[in-house]
Design a protein around this ligand. Structure first.
Ligand SMILES: [Zn+2]
Length: 398
C-alpha cells in the first residue's frame, strides 16, 4: 500500500541535532517511509491513500521506552484492558517493556525468569494492539543467572535485561549479572531511585556507576529520586542513557535535562512514562512530559520530541523514531489544540499545553485520521482526501 501525507506545515525529523526536515509531504511504501520532502503529482496519483494534513506538524511516532507490559493488552496493576490501544491515541506507536514484573505470581527462579522473558517476547512478536509495536521480553536479573543463560535468551530473540527487582542482598550484587548480560549482547536497564513496589530497593548514583547498565531507568525517580548530586556524576562518569519518566519526580526531570544539555550529553537523554504502575495509566504521558520539559526549560519543544522518538530508537536499536527514507512508517500528526491560545503544535507545547493529535500511522497503516479519542480536538482538520481502499480510516468514536 502506498500512502502520501500531503500539505504538512512542519516536519520534525526525530534527530535532535537536526530537528526539522524540509518540505511538506511524506510518502509511505508498505511499512516504510520512502521519501520525506515533496511528492510529485505522479506519486500522489499512484497512491492508494492520500491524507491532507491541512498544515499540521508531522512527528515520528512516540517511543515509550518504559511500559509495564504483561500479556495481551492488559495491565494487572490497574486491572485494565485496552490501555496499549489507548496509548496509540496518545501518539505512542512503540512501547518497550520495562520487564514483565507485573505478571501476577511471576517466577523468581532462573528457568522461570528466562521462560517469562521468552514467552513475552514471542507473544508480542506479531501482536500489535491498536497498531502499536511492542518490544517485550526483558529478563529480570535474579541471582543464579549466568552468561550462558543470557546467550541462550539472546539467540532466541530476547533483547533486554532489567536490574532492580531481583532477590539480591544489595544492588551491588547486580554488577556481575549486568556484566554477563552485556557480554551476551543484551541491552541492560536498571531501576533508579528509591524503592517503588515491595521487593525493590533504593538504587543511587554509586550503584549505577558500578553496574553501568545501558539505560538508567527513570533517572528522575521511579517515583522517588536519587540525591541531586548523583545526576551530574552519572552524566560525567558514565555513558548511560538517561531516561526520564512521567511517573517520577518533575523537579529532577528538569534538573537532568538541564545537566544533559550543559554537559553535551543530550544524545543520551530519553523520555518514557513508567506506566501502568501505581501512578496509573497515562495515554498522554509522553505528551505531558514533552510539554513539561518544553515549557519549564529554555530548550525548544522539537528537542524533546526528538528525545521521545529518535533518541529512544538509537539507544534501543530500532528502525523507527526518525522521519527519513527507509525508516518505519510510524507517523503522528500534531496540531495546536482547539480553543487554546497558540496556533501551531510546537507553540502550544512550548506554552505548556498538550498537543492535539490529528492522525496516527503505524507500519504504514493509518490507524485513525481526524480525531484522537484522548487529546483535545485539533485546530486544523486532517482528512483522507483520497482512498482507493474500502476503508476511510476515520477515528472510532467512543
Ligand atoms: Zn517501571
Amino acid at each position: 500500500m502506498k500512502t502520501v501525507i500531503a500539505n504538512l506545515g512542519r516536519i520534525v525529523s526525530g534527530d535532535w541535532r537536526n530537528p526539522f526536515a524540509t518540505g511538506d509531504a511524506i510518502v509511505i511504501d508498505g511499512e516504510k517511509i520512502s521519501s520525506v520532502g515533496t511528492a510529485a503529482k505522479a506519486v500522489i496519483d499512484s497512491a492508494e491513500v492520500v491524507i491532507d494534513a491541512d498544515g499540521m506538524t508531522a512527528i515520528p511516532g512516540l517511543i515509550d521506552s518504559h511500559v509495564h507490559i504483561t500479556f495481551g493488552d492488559y495491565t494487572p496493576r490497574q486491572r485494565t484492558v485496552g490501555y496499549l490501544e489507548s496509548y496509540v491515541h496518545g501518539g505512542t506507536t512503540t512501547a518497550i517493556s520495562a520487564s514483565e514484573v507485573h505478571v501476577p505470581g511471576r517466577p523468581r527462579d532462573v528457568e522461570g525468569v528466562k521462560a517469562l522473558a521468552l514467552a513475552a517476547q514471542r507473544c508480542f512478536a506479531d501482536y500489535r494492539p491498536g497498531g502499536m509495536r511492542v518490544i517485550a521480553g526483558s529478563v529480570i536479573l535474579e541471582p543464579g543467572l549466568k552468561e550462558a543463560d543470557f546467550r541462550e535468551l539472546s539467540q532466541k530473540g530476547v533483547r533486554l535485561a532489567k536490574a532492580g527487582f531481583g532477590a539480591v542482598k544489595t544492588a551491588y550484587d547486580y554488577v556481575p549479572l549486568v556484566a554477563d548480560a552485556k557480554a551476551a549482547g543484551l541491552l541492560t536497564t536498571c531501576h533508579t531511585g528509591g524503592s517503588s513496589i515491595p521487593g525493590s530497593g533504593a538504587i543511587t548514583g554509586d550503584h549505577l556507576l558500578k553496574m553501568h547498565p545501558h539505560v538508567s531507568f527513570h533517572i528522575n525517580g521511579g517515583p522517588t529520586a536519587m540525591p541531586d548530586a548523583d545526576f551530574e556524576r552519572v552524566i560525567l562518569e558514565s555513558k548511560m542513557a538517561l531516561q526520564v519518566c512521567t511517573a517520577g519526580n518533575l523537579r529532577t526531570t528538569l534538573l537532568c535535562a538541564r545537566l544533559a544539555a550543559k554537559h553535551n550529553a543530550f544524545d543520551r537523554f530519553i523520555i518514557a512514562t513508567d506506566t501502568p504502575t501505581g501512578s496509573g495509566i497515562m495515554p498522554l504521558g509522553m505528551l505531558y512530559t514533552i510539554a513539561h520539559l518544553s515549557s519549564l526549560t529554555d530548550m525548544p519543544p522539537e528537542q524533546f520530541i526528538c528525545a521521545a522518538t529518535g533518541s529512544n530508537a538509537r539507544v534501543y536499536g530500532l528502525d523507527s523514531g526518525l522521519l527519513a527514507p527507509g525508516k518505519a512508517a510510524d507517523i503522528v500528526l500534531l496540531d495546536a489544540p482547539d480553543g487554546g491560545t497558540q496556533s501551531t503544535a510546537l507553540a502550544a507545547i512550548k506554552h505548556g499545553d498538550i498537543a492535539a493529535i490529528g492522525a496516527v500511522i503505524t507500519a504504514g497503516i493509518p490507524r485513525f485520521v481526524g480525531r484522537s479519542r484522548n487529546t483535545p480536538a485539533t485546530t486544523r482538520k486532517a482528512r483522507v482526501a483520497v482512498s482507493r481502499l474500502m476503508q476511510d480510516f476515520s477515528a472510532a468514536t467512543h
